[in-house]
Design a protein around this ligand. Structure first.
Ligand code: NAD
Length: 481
């Protein structure tokens, strides 16, 4: 065989192997889904006892695997145990306890009033599970972002196929191992992998898709879901602004800003992406910011300062640092994938760093002359996932919160709205659709079935022949026509 035909044979073999691998994925995905659908249709997941048992099992699985999960997150991007427990596990345990405690009341049918025209009768709204759900997670909080939606789906009585991000590969493997050990795969199972596996999953028909990730992949998921008319929740990202008014109590709020921006090395979907500060206090703000960054000890020397998840993400972030604009930081080390907390000043709205979500430890600072200017700047961009406002003034707060649309946010703090399970968490417009956390999560994975129950002892003659003027007059009255 000549060199050319050897090469052709090898390419053909590779194509064969790849399509065989593709077939294996397709077949095993199809089997998993069909087994889950069959199990769901047996009605086994619908009883409250069954659901509570799954939630308790998940809690004890996490408790027993805690060390392994913490080590996996550290192996993925050097995120230390303290930070992982505070920013990931706390939310997971809280959601589990809340769901176990509240499940009975969340899943009760609710009686609502019945319109006069339908009397006698009684109207109800009855939550029911959607069926077999696909949850696709992001890598940046790889325990929380995979398990919190899973808790909501199980609480609502669904079966779940979970696809964690391949970028946090150790955590994905640890979750898969834990879930395989404790769960019947007909109820909950993990499919590991990247684009190929996710694409295969997305071709199948699910009863719900819950996706956390970027806007661009969110579009792919939405299109795939549309093919099967599958309902989706999309938890996406975007550029979340932090507006600082001239009256802000800088010594307190800047401490909160520094923690919220640089924890996880800025790889937080709701981290403030950029600051808009009142021009009159720019200098004092920057002085305090510099000091706080020093105190916070997020630095290349801190062995718990999170790494950037991949070299690709590292290179993208470094390309956003224009040395002429660096006020603080700018140091980076590619071999360890670390970037120091970096503050950029003299930034304009059309600079490169202001184009896409930064998702790293880089904070551009822009100034504004008046509140109108800040409002119109934010409103000229896609609706953000979060908006933060540092001010002591209720009129500034009312103005900005009533005029600007955003997913959720806080006054005089950052990130904290996530930690209240009474607050539905989600985006709007480009930053996402739908919400979860607490009861909102249960709702995201439920269908609210409506029905009227009517007795048979009386049937008003209004809508039947013979049509009479008096009947129409009563109908007009009943409906305010
Ligand atoms: P990503 O969109 O790259 O990946 C998310 C998931 O999609 C992963 O599981 C990945 O395997 C899968 N995926 C990637 N490319 C795909 C493709 N072409 N087809 C099908 N599936 C594909 O996002 P990421 O890098 O993991 O996370 C970063 C983004 O997620 C940021 O934009 C961030 O703001 C956002 N995010 C949002 C939230 C939220 O709660 N709203 C939370 C965390 C992260």
């Amino acid at each position: 065989m000549d060199h050319k035909s050897i090469k052709m044979a090898s390419i053909e073999r590779q194509v064969d192997e790849e399509s065989n691998a593709g077939d294996v994925i397709k077949n095993s995905v199809k089997t998993l889904i069909s087994n889950q659908k069959q199990f769901f249709n047996s009605n086994a997941t619908k009883s409250l006892d069954f659901r509570i048992e799954q939630l308790k099992k998940l809690k004890s699985a996490i408790k027993s695997s805690e060390r392994e999960l913490l080590d996996a997150v550290f192996a993925d991007f050097q995120k230390g145990s303290f930070n992982t427990l505070v920013t990931e596990f706390s939310g997971v345990y809280n959601e589990l306890d809340l769901a176990i405690r509240k499940l009975k009341s969340w899943s009760k049918s609710k009686r609502v009033t019945t319109h006069m025209a339908n009397l006698p009768g009684a109207s109800y709204i009855m939550p029911e599970p959607l069926g077999t759900c696909l949850i696709i997670g992001a890598w940046n909080y790889p325990i929380n972002l995979n398990l919190v939606p899973t808790i909501a789906a199980l609480a609502a009585g669904n079966t779940v196929i979970l696809k964690p991000s391949e970028l946090a590969a150790h955590t994905s493997a640890a979750l898969s191992k834990m879930i395989a050990k404790y769960f019947d795969p007909r109820v909950l199972t993990v499919v590991e992998g990247g684009v190929k596996e996710t694409t295969e999953l997305l071709e199948q028909s699910f009863d719900k898709i819950f996706f956390t990730g970027s806007v661009s992949v969110g579009r792919i998921v939405y299109q795939a879901a549309a093919k099967h008319l599958t309902p989706v929740t999309l938890e996406l990202g975007g550029k979340s602004p932090l507006i600082i008014a001239a009256d802000a109590n800088l010594t307190i709020v800047v401490k909160r800003l520094v923690w919220g921006k640089f924890v996880n090395a800025g790889q937080t979907c709701v981290a403030p992406d950029y600051v808009l500060v009142d021009k009159r206090i720019e200098n004092s703000f920057l002085d305090i910011l510099k000091e706080e960054i020093k105190l916070a000890q997020f630095s290349l020397e801190n062995e718990n300062y999170a790494q950037i998840i991949s070299e690709r993400h590292f290179d993208r972030l470094v390309s956003l640092i224009d040395p002429k604009t660096v006020l603080v930081g700018g140091e980076h080390d590619r071999s360890r994938r670390l970037i120091a907390p970096t503050v950029l000043t003299n930034i304009a709205g059309d600079d490169k760093v202001m184009e896409d979500e930064i998702f790293g430890p880089i904070l551009p600072v822009l100034t504004y002359e008046n509140v109108e200017g800040a409002v119109s700047f934010v409103k000229s961009r896609p609706k953000p996932l979060a908006l933060y406002l540092f001010t002591e003034s209720s009129s500034i707060r009312e103005r900005i919160f009533s005029e600007v649309s955003f997913g959720g946010g806080a006054v005089n703090d950052v990130l904290v709205h996530l930690a209240n399970d009474e607050l539905p968490f989600g985006g709007v417009g480009n930053s996402g659709t739908g919400s979860y956390h607490g009861e909102a999560g249960f709702k995201a994975f439920s269908h609210y079935k409506s029905f009227i129950r009517r007795p048979t002892w009386f049937e008003p003659p209004l809508k039947y022949y013979p049509y009479k003027d008096w009947k129409l007059a009563v109908i007009r009255k009943l409906f305010g026509m």
